[in-house]
Design a protein around this ligand. Structure first.
Ligand SMILES: [Zn+2]
Length: 239
């Protein structure tokens, strides 16, 4: 049985997965989060050198910010979906497409964010099982927030979904259990289709990159309340 340890970092959540297998780290936070990652590992009884895999829900500065350094230290493979290869190679978020007014307000603060670039050892692919790493879990391809976003659905029913959704407001600081749009999405409509796949596959908690966790029933109710509105593809949902 795998246990999910949320590591609450400065701007985002990373997740440490432990159990009767070598630990797996999902996302690595922002540059400067190294010490907090270290403390999170220690609290879970994990030595970073024992990591079997560093997997990314997607490659933005607040999710892959320490990957270059941690992969070197852990000596373990790094994985993300090929759709985010350019982001990882560039080490820069680039220009972020905002969702709604909140996104437009936040975009100037995050669009320029840089991080040490890295290259994946393994592609994360739709339907990929992670049993080789001891994890009873399946990767599902959930693009929208970025081209290469994925979710990890554990056989227990819980899922780690990255920035497919956000919990609450102000990066999850207020009402973290309330489903909400993330500030940015390359294609918000595609993100909603990805969310539908997650809702059909996962049965338990949805662990997000900011705030959370989100109850499956709350997310399903929130999703049912979203009605496409006229306008651009990134502005058609209530946020
Ligand atoms: Zn992101």
């Amino acid at each position: 049985m795998t246990r999910i340890h949320p590591l609450r970092l400065r701007l985002s959540n990373a997740y440490l997965l432990t159990g009767d297998h070598r630990p797996v780290l999902v996302d690595t936070g922002s540059p400067g989060d190294g010490q907090a990652l270290e403390s999170g590992c220690a609290a879970a009884g994990v030595n970073p050198r024992d990591l079997a895999l560093i997997l990314h829900t997607h490659v933005h500065s607040d999710h892959g910010g320490n990957t270059a350094e941690w992969a070197r230290r852990a000596g373990c493979p790094v994985s993300h979906h090929a759709g985010d290869r350019e982001l990882a190679a560039r080490g820069h978020n680039g220009r972020l497409r905002s969702v709604g007014l909140r996104g437009r307000l936040m975009a100037p603060f995050f669009s320029g964010a840089a991080f040490p670039s890295f290259v994946a050892d393994l592609p994360a692919t739709d339907g990929q099982r992670l049993d080789a790493f001891g994890l009873a879990a399946t990767v599902i391809y959930t693009p929208g927030h970025t081209r290469g976003s994925i979710s990890l659905v554990l056989d227990s029913g819980d899922a780690i979904v990255g920035d497919l959704l956000m919990g609450g407001h102000l990066g999850g600081r207020i009402r973290p259990g309330k489903p909400n749009f993330h500030y940015f999405a390359e294609d918000a409509a595609e993100g909603m289709r990805s969310l539908d796949r997650v809702l059909a596959t996962a049965r338990g908690w949805l662990h997000v990159g900011h705030g959370g966790p989100l109850a499956h029933a709350d997310v399903a109710r929130w999703r049912a309340g979203q009605r496409p509105q006229s306008g651009s593809s990134n502005g058609q949902f209530r946020s």
